[in-house]
Ligand binder design. Structure first.
Ligand SMILES: *Cc1c(COP(=O)(O)O)cnc(C)c1O
Length: 375
């Protein structure tokens, strides 16, 4: 029990942006230069960021867009997904994945997730119909989906694979980066993501030159040049100002992900001792999970959540209600029980801060609180 006179609990916050951007002078200097140049629309900083991002992930091309959601939506449009098509994705994803399919005009088809919280490859084929056009796996929490199996299924059925890698910058399977398995991968630079800017931003990577060119048109009104328009399209460009921020931070990506992985290993070691109380997802040596989220599962989730919050630990639930049970999914006709793993995980999931600016003291405080709760 905490009594009067004792030190208040250490606050372990989920958000670390004030630490991330503690030294903003170099970024502000870059923005000052940008303002002087007036190069605001698809300017030099965007081209520089695209080159750096492609190089970072071992892709041939990167195309900067307005958000992670737009990255997915534009990718689907660019590969020809539209009305009458079905796109398969995981039921446990963030709402934006489904939103991208919907706004591309296609029908969302959910598949349950597995014990790693990625699409269950054993259940994909049962969801394929004559109308299926694409599979959109999500590298949930930074855990790579089983891309070798997904690619094999897609090949067998003649489907396109585009990846939702919004949570998975620098994640990999056998050294190959997430986002480079399918024809294209979408990433988010949102302030809550691992590599973040000062507002919305997104990136698409692809090795396919034709797809890159189509995406460049799609994001910019279909403009081949100022006076000619190849087709009517969208306005979803990566902001030059955000690209300045991205160019500053991108060099730290390796450190960011390595530190998150190290923090997750510490949490795994401590929580792994609470067998029978805490369930951790299986970890695979050949997969680089980059821990956008550090997620685990407990039966008494809400009680543990309240206990942690009282002790200053900013634990969160990602997310309490899976997409197929949301009001938005009503027209799709799903019901409770359709995706038992996603539903069970939604009832038990808890996430702890795992970011790269956590101190040893903060990590120790979090694990001590979970241990205390169960002792
Ligand atoms: C964040 C996120 C998106 C959308 O990214 P925004 O940049 O916020 O539009 C899509 N899918 C997943 C899995 C995400 O976590």
């Amino acid at each position: 029990m905490k009594t009067a006179g004792q030190k208040p609990y250490l606050k372990v916050r989920y958000s670390y942006l004030s630490r991330q951007f503690a030294e903003i002078d170099p970024i502000l200097e870059g923005i000052r230069e940008l303002v002087k140049s007036g190069d605001f629309t698809l300017g030099k900083p965007v081209v520089e960021f695209e080159q750096k991002f492609a190089a970072l992930l071992g892709a041939r091309h990167a195309v900067g867009v307005g958000s992670g959601t737009d990255a997915l939506f534009l990718l689907l449009k660019a590969v020809g997904v539209g009305p009458g098509d079905e796109v398969i994705t995981a039921a446990n994803t963030f709402v934006a994945t489904a939103g991208a399919i919907e706004t591309a005009g296609a029908k969302i088809v959910f598949v349950d997730c597995d014990e790693k919280s990625v699409i269950d490859v054993r259940k994909i084929e049962a969801a394929i119909t004559k109308k299926t056009k694409a599979i959109l796996p999500v590298h949930w929490a930074g855990q790579p989906a089983d891309m070798p199996k997904i690619l094999a299924i897609a090949k067998k059925h003649g489907l396109t694979v585009v990846e939702d890698a919004c949570q998975a910058i620098d994640a990999a399977v056998d050294g190959k980066r997430c986002g480079t398995f399918g024809i294209g991968g979408g990433f988010s630079l949102h302030p809550l993501k691992n590599l973040n800017v000062w507002g919305d931003g997104g990136v698409i990577i692809t090795d396919d030159e034709k797809l890159r060119d189509r995406l460049r048109l799609l994001r910019n009104h279909g403009m081949s040049d100022r006076d000619s328009y190849a087709f009517f399209a969208y306005n979803s460009r990566l902001d030059s100002l955000q690209a300045v921020v991205g160019n500053h931070l991108i060099k730290d990506t390796k450190w960011i992900t390595d530190t998150r992985i190290k923090n997750a290993e510490r949490l795994d070691a401590a929580l792994g001792r609470l067998k029978g109380k805490v369930v951790l997802s299986p970890r695979s040596k050949n997969e680089r999970h980059v821990y956008h989220l550090y997620q685990f599962f407990v039966e008494d989730r809400d009680a543990l959540l309240a206990y942690l919050r009282e002790r200053g630990v900013d634990a969160k639930v990602h997310y309490p209600v899976p997409l197929h049970l949301q009001p938005a999914a009503k027209p799709l006709g799903y019901k409770k029980g359709d995706f038992p793993i996603a539903e069970a995980q939604a009832a038990r999931t808890l996430t702890l801060p795992v970011h790269q600016h956590l101190t040893d003291e903060e990590l120790a405080h979090m694990t001590r609180c979970v241990e205390d709760f169960y002792s």
